[in-house]
Design a protein. Structure first.
Length: 183
């Protein structure tokens, strides 16, 4: 299911206090890693990567973790950082009842502020998150505790799910519960 207002998520992401990775989100299906190859018609892998992108099924959530040499020169450290982000993201998806591709497996796992969404999604058997997410590791990821990484990834996923909740169930009422005027 696509977001009706995909810009709502991108407007809300600055509210997140993410220090360990940089976030790129697209409501469409983009492969952030190979876009530079696909955009460059002179690149030797342009034809192959374009064909692979076109053959890939456009469903679920396309996401990946990336690093660059600005993080660390050691490839072992860069691989470790990517693994930390991947494990934290798949763990957050599993806690919320989704598989690694963003398809809903267990709607009852949505609890707390997302319980209303869980009740609404029990009717949608084929619900899945959509779009593309790229998490690019930053230098603070190296010394950060894993619990911090998990918290930041969980906040990101909760924000994405709250955008779906607003779309499916309508926005939550703001203000007082009763509409009486104050004297």
């Amino acid at each position: 299911m696509k977001l009706a207002d995909p810009k709502a998520f991108t407007r809300l992401t600055p509210r997140l206090n993410i220090t360990t990775f940089r976030l790129n989100y697209s409501p469409g299906y983009n492969t952030f890693i190979i876009n530079r190859v696909i955009d460059d018609r002179q690149h030797p892998l342009h034809i192959l990567q374009t064909r692979l992108r076109d053959q890939r099924r456009k469903e679920g959530l396309w996401w990946h973790a990336t690093t660059g040499t600005e993080l660390c020169k050691s490839s072992r450290i860069r691989t470790w950082c990517r693994r930390r982000l991947r494990n934290a993201f798949t763990g957050a998806l599993n806690e919320r009842g989704f598989d690694q591709y963003g398809r809903l497996v267990d709607a009852s796992a949505l609890q707390g502020p997302l319980a209303h969404l869980g009740r609404a999604l029990r009717q949608h058997k084929d619900f899945s998150l959509s779009g593309s997410i790229r998490m690019h590791a930053l230098v603070p990821l190296i010394p950060a505790k894993y619990t911090l990484v998990q918290r930041e990834v969980t906040e990101l996923l909760d924000l994405l799910l709250s955008c779906y909740q607003n779309e499916i169930t309508g926005p939550r009422p703001k203000g007082r519960l009763d509409n009486r005027k104050r004297l």
